[in-house]
Design a protein. Sequence first.
Lengths: 564, 194, 221, 185, 326, 227
Amino acid sequence: MLATLFKFEGGVKPDSHKDESSQAPIAAAPVPARLVVPLRQSAGNAPLPLVQPGQKVLKGEPIGAADGSFSAAVHAPTSGTVLALEPRTLPHPSGLSAACVVIAPDGEERWIERAPLDWRSASPEALRDRLRDMGIVGLGGATFPSHIKLKPGAAGRIETLVINGAECEPWITCDDRLMRERAEGIVRGIDILRHIVSAGRVLVGVEDNKPQAVAALRAAIAQSHGIEVVPVPTRYPAGGEKQLIRVLTGIEIPYGRFGSEYGVQCFNVGTAYSVHRAIEIGEPLVSRIVTVSGNVARPGNFETLIGTPIDALLALVAPKADTDRYIMGGPMMGFTLARTDLPVTKAANCILAASPALFPRPGTEMPCIRCGACTRACPAELQPHELYWFARSKNFGKAQEYHIFDCIECGCCAYVCPSNIRLVDYYRFAKTSMRALEREKAAADAARQRFEFRNLRSEREAKEKAERLAAKTAAARQAIAGGEKPAAAAMPAAPEQAQALPQLDEAKKALIAAAITRAQAQKEGVQPKNIDNLAPEKQAEIREIEARRAQVRELAKTPPEEPV
Amino acid sequence: MTGYLFIVIGAVLVNNVVFGRVLGLCPFMGVSKKLETAVGMGAATTFVLTVASGAGYLIDRYLLVPNGLEYLRTLSFIIVIAGLVQLTEMVIQKTSPLLHQVLGIYLPLITTNCAVLGVPLLNIAFKHNLLESLLFGFGSAVGFSLALVLFGSLRERLEGADVPLPFRGTAIAMITAGLMSIAFMGFAGLDKYH
Amino acid sequence: MNFRDIARNGIWKQNTSLVQLLGLCPLLAVSTSFVNGVSLAVATIFVMALSSGTVASVRSFIPHEIRIPVFILIIAALVTVVDLAMNAWLHELYLVLGIFIPLIVVNCIVLARVEAFAAKNTPLAAAWDGAMMGVGMAVAIAVLGGLRELIGTGTLFSGIEMVIPGTRALQVLPADYPGFLVAILPPGAFLVLGFLIAGRNWLDARAEQRARLAAPARTAA
Amino acid sequence: MLTALLVMAGIAVMLGALLGYASIRFKVKGDPLVVKIDAILPQTQCGQCGFPGCKPYAQAIAKGEAEINQCPPGGEEGIRKLADLLGKEFKPLSAEHGVEKPKQVAFIDEAACIGCTLCTQACPVDAIVGAAKQMHTIVAPLCTGCELCVSPCPVDCISMVPVPETVETWKWRYPVVRMKAVEHA
Amino acid sequence: MLKVLAALIPGIAVYVWFFGAAILVQIALASAAALAGEAAMLKLRGKPVALFLSDGSALVTAWLIALTFPPIAPWWLTVTATLFAIVVAKHLYGGLGQNPFNPAMVAFAVSIVAFPALMSQWPAVGFTDFTAQMAVVFKSQSAQDAVTMATPLDALRTSLHVPEARATVAGVLGSHATFGNIGGKGWEWIALAYLAGGLWLLQQRIITWHVPVAFLAVLALIAGGFSLANPERYAGPVFHVVTGGAMLGAFFIATDPVSGATTPRGKLIFAAGAALLTWIIRSFGAYPDGMAFAVLLMNLCVPLIDMGTQPPVFGHKGGMKGGGRQ
Amino acid sequence: MSEDSAARASLRTAAILTVFTLVFTTLMAATYRATKPAIEASAEAEKMKLVGEVLPDALYDNAPLADWVDLAPCAELGLAAQDDPVRLLRARKAGAPAALVFEAVAPDGYGGRIRLILAVGADDRLLGVRVIGHKETPGLGDYIDPKKDRNKAAPWIRQFDAKGFGEVPAAEWTVKKDGGRFDARAGATISARAVTNATRRALQFAVDQRDKLYALPAQSKLEKEGQ
Ligand SMILES: Cc1cc2nc3c(=O)[nH]c(=O)nc-3n(C[C@H](O)[C@H](O)[C@H](O)COP(=O)(O)O)c2cc1C
Ligand SMILES: Cc1cc2nc3c(=O)[nH]c(=O)nc-3n(C[C@H](O)[C@H](O)[C@H](O)COP(=O)(O)O)c2cc1C
Ligand SMILES: Cc1cc2nc3c(=O)[nH]c(=O)nc-3n(C[C@H](O)[C@H](O)[C@H](O)COP(=O)(O)O)c2cc1C
Ligand SMILES: Cc1cc2nc3c(=O)[nH]c(=O)nc-3n(C[C@H](O)[C@H](O)[C@H](O)CO)c2cc1C
Ligand code: SF4
Ligand code: SF4
Ligand code: SF4
Ligand code: SF4
Ligand code: FES
């Protein structure tokens, strides 16, 4: 029974601070006055909205439908009225907003009809579709739509399922409490997942600092065969998917490859639990357990409806007076929230109140002295200082050569850096910039292709037209020879015009003229909208642009393009 | 035998063309911003410089000296070098378009690399025979390539450094070259008989 | 481009030694002393002015594909003339400057200027441009040579007797100045030139900043 | 003297013949430089550089007929890359060719569109769909923001709108290191 | 950095015991020059002066300069060299962490090239009188044979230099009554004290084993091989390891994280290369101790070494590590 | 393009290039002609200046540059077999032997070979020695060259002036450090030792071969003994 464990390189051991919030049982957070449910809550395509403002919705009613297969549905967390469908600020480091459904709860918590599915007789496809429509996404942090991860990969079959109960980040205990209190649901969820991929064995990895969770899980699987609960050494980031798979199976999955290609797949315990709810009870994912801890009087875990304002959660735990900021996620990977009136999402596993004493701001950033501490700590076995050097100088090509995309942004390097460098921020900057550059490059390449294609086409068309014309002239010559005198052939000097003009005939000209007058009339109303209230510089700029457009118009005319 | 070895060691390390003889500096400064280009330039120069050394020797020995035309050395050498460069370019283009793509833009620059003229002239000054000329030319070219590649790799790294503004770019590159030159002085004495 | 612009271009804006970084070998190798440096620079000025002028006069007869060989031919011939002349009349200096006289041929500035300017301008302008580019180099090499000599040995104008018989070098620093040998060796050449380039950058940046500060004031006035 | 002339003439004849022959025999066909330059240009095909598209501009740069700072959509970044490739000095965007603007896409006011197809003909990348006499629409992901469709429209129903930043396209800002107050003014 | 300074103290103590207190004055001179140069550059560059001065890196550079220079070097030489190290070799590259060359070794190399005589002027054994030493340091009284002598390395090289002299290693080292028979009287003990400090640094995880072990092992191996083949011409491994800058270099100089290689394999290559070059320069070159040049030459190669020795990244190791449980 | 027109184009460019070449070669050749006498005079003056360094003008009245014999390379002059022959000049006053002027090499300098020129009077005493080429460390070993010697009043190399084996026996003709009579700068004995020993060997050579050397016809070659 005792499994041989593998090791992953690097990692750190910060103070765990789990006891603060792991004592109290999971409590239900009350339904707030307003729920703001972002439409996009998973990786992949944003769901398509299904509701209109004013519409009444039931709890669990879909409000966004999955857009294609790489997407997951979103549901109303409670019953009530849709107030708006509008962009709202998201709990995201960018502080940007995106489409959200705002719901005024009616307090009745009326469910839609919940239909359990007999999963033992259902096909894997049906189950995967069901998970997609139930909005099941990874609750371990990446919110990756789970149904996609359940597709067999290149390896043909997913042999091993790894269930991630490691919860390696300090302070967070939502998975711990879930495992202690709802182990049975988790195990049933595991059974379903296992059925879908027909996995041979299941390894549940739990860090060895959570003995109660291990005991509870072991008790719950007493009957199930082939599920093994494996305590793994407590070392951040043992809960990282790749690290956990490495520790439990010895398999290393490189960046850009999926576990399924190696016959192994990893799910968070919370995900497993929500799979159980979705299939066996018919409940879509409308709530999650959130740890609220840190500098607060009553830390704990709360079953929270998606869309609940963070403020409402904070009200339950009474933050202390010296709290200076709030962190979403753990202290290692989380980010500081700009505001606290933002909604809880499926990704939100933890809210931490930070005080200077508990979470001291990192010291002054000093230059990197290439001491190598970060290299020793990096679980991805990268050379963080080199990545930093290149990211800092925006030498992205080099950063990529040093595998910046293999970085899992775990923060170990920054944690150990004696120079207090916020290394991960540089990596995120570099990665997002590179992605943007890649997008631009791809767009430019596509544009070049389309442009070249278009040039080819117009060349071909011009040639064809010339041929047609030649044929016609020849015919006309013959006709002349025959004594007739067609009108078109009379002007060989400008044959194309002669051909083209009559085609752009009177009817169309009239139409255009009419449209122009109509548009002119419209513009009276439209134009002021643009130019009204503009600063003089802005107007100057517009004039300038107009002037340039005129120039460009001239240029655009140069290629011998003919209106057809 | 050791004499030939010392010629090569001397040309590569002790009196490195760039750091010791101070030749070939324009390409050294100009095409060392990236490691990749440095390698390309090094390879191209090695070929041309070696052949130019041999050709210079032959011209001097069999055309100029017998006719008392030493004053035409500069002119005949440079013309031959220019032709050689052109020829190299054509040959490479013909035999390996890929290599040509990589080296293409550097080849013409070689004509104005004064090491390519300087080394054959030094060969004459040092009274080298044909083999010695070839070795000296090859060694100098290897020394040039070595300097160029090391410098290129350093400059790539320097790009990330927070160099004070007036020193950004060529000034710090010069200073780096100076320090490299000091480091190369460590090889002093290695080309002597013991 | 008028003659003043050409001069400013050659001496400051496009200074071959400090900005374009061309013709570095003679600049660094021969600047061990003020006199050596300036002597070579004078020879270079001569070659540049004449070769630019010549190329500009005959360029219409030169087919494109042998343009470079012909330019080189012209330059090489002029260099040989200088070489022979120095050998005859400034023999000592000739021995000191060594292979750097023939190397004026490949001095990239000469060819670069011939290609970039002389091939497109009138003979007079071309000659002036060549001369001014040479003067730019002369200024740089004079400063460089002066500094290296001063730091390296504490003297100035050593070797002047080779050019102007009867004169003597100037002992600027105290006679017991130990002499910072590195300055005269190749590393010193690189280092001092690095500082000169930085100094030029700094002056330019300062001038630009001043201009920026002054510009609004002028428009206001 | 005579030998001098003979020797040099010999060298010259050989070399001249060789080079003359080579210049024809090995005429360079495609210029790899143009491809490299074109790869850097943003392919907006807007003509602001003064050339009918990016490729012609690339050719002009390769021939040394155009400066590297004439492409506003490419911006400073593009100029820097060109300078790098060609070993030239960086210079700021030439003002006469325009200013760097945030990326934008065209938007057709569909109510006003009369379906004249003039914009479809102007669009260099076929980013406008719609048949004659029917309403036209911009396929936003394909639109390069070149503005060429704006002026041909007889009813001025096309406007340019900036592409908004979304959570997906958002970039982390460059980390700003705070060190104690900078000590000199 | 403070730990690095602390680790140097045993070596300094033994140094004072054998060669007198002049070295303390040199350390003070170098430290003052380094701090002044650092402060001036920081101020010019608009960086927080106090913050950066307190990191101690300038002091490490200064101490290493003082320890590698002759203790009776004239004061102006120590000061100028230190300023050169801090200003040119460090701050022109952006200061701490960004210099490609080891600043202390730049100072050494520049000085020995510029002032070979002054840099090979070591106090003769027994010349430990402090006032007399100070007279040489400050009055720039040119040191005479009475007060100076060649270091063992210098003596060895000079004597072996002349083929006609038919000198042998044993002859040179043994004939000088003033040399111990290992690394030269006193030198061995200083080297051992550096070794102790270095081991402490290792234990403190400030440095890793790669550089010192590779450096000393390669140096000993080459020296051993050659001295076996020709003991008259080549000195033995023990001599090479405990003499000159070898021990200081192995633990304190080649380990400089900033200018050295950073990958484990890279560190091995870096140190092995430095050892090889040190031996070559000592045995055949013009300068008495090759350590400084060897380190600088390897500094040149660091970008290439680091590039070539990138360790494989998680998951990119070619085949699956472990490959699953049995 | 056809092979034919390619050939024609080649001819054309070749012709143009040839014309240019001829024109400029003529220019060079003319300059060469014009400068040749001056260059030869300069070279001669240069050599005479060197000779003048070690041999006072008053001591001779012939043209030593024309009165030469070539010596095969020999160890006494520090030369190896593959070296070029040494040209030895003979100064005569009123036809009588006055001095021998020749080059020698000290092979064991600190930086390699040190080239010397020596003048040995008819009385077997050194008239002067000068270093004409060396690679000694500047600032350290280069005091052997009087131009670099800081002691301008009595440069180190002048201590050989007017010395012969009569004044300093051959056994003591070395540096003090080696038990000889000649000074050397502390810290740079190697250079001094090399030069001193080389002068001893060269002087010995001149003394031994004196009569034969003066007797040989001008512009002839002295073969190595035993050959
Ligand atoms: C674009 C993309 C496509 C993916 N496709 C698959 C897939 O086909 N199969 C799969 O098992 N996982 C797939 N994944 C999931 C990842 O391998 C990984 O499990 C997920 O990102 C969770 O990562 P985490 O460790 O950061 O939470 C995909 C991820 C991305 C970003
Ligand atoms: C550094 C790091 C630490 C992580 N720690 C945990 C963890 O402790 N528990 C967890 O369930 N997921 C953790 N994750 C997320 C997992 O990589 C992975 O996304 C998740 O286990 C996949 O399951 P899911 O798709 O069900 O979320 C971590 C990810 C990273 C990058
Ligand atoms: C870099 C360097 C260069 C040296 N150059 C010379 C030199 O050119 N000539 C010389 O005689 N000694 C030179 N020496 C000194 C010798 O190595 C040796 O110490 C000295 O000649 C012997 O000392 P002594 O002259 O006091 O006996 C140099 C030493 C060093 C370190
Ligand atoms: C283990 C260790 C070794 C060091 N060795 C040197 C050294 O050899 N030379 C030096 O100038 N600084 C040394 N330093 C200090 C520091 O790294 C150096 O000043 C930087 O090169 C300045 O950027 C060392 C620091 C440490 C931690
Ligand atoms: S831990 Fe920090 S200081 Fe050390 S190498 Fe990494 S980034 Fe640099
Ligand atoms: S954040 Fe990236 S680089 Fe840093 S330790 Fe984690 S994986 Fe390595
Ligand atoms: S200005 Fe427009 S057409 Fe010209 S290169 Fe730039 S994007 Fe292309
Ligand atoms: S739709 Fe308009 S702006 Fe967009 S690419 Fe086409 S022509 Fe340009
Ligand atoms: S002058 Fe340009 S390479 Fe030498």
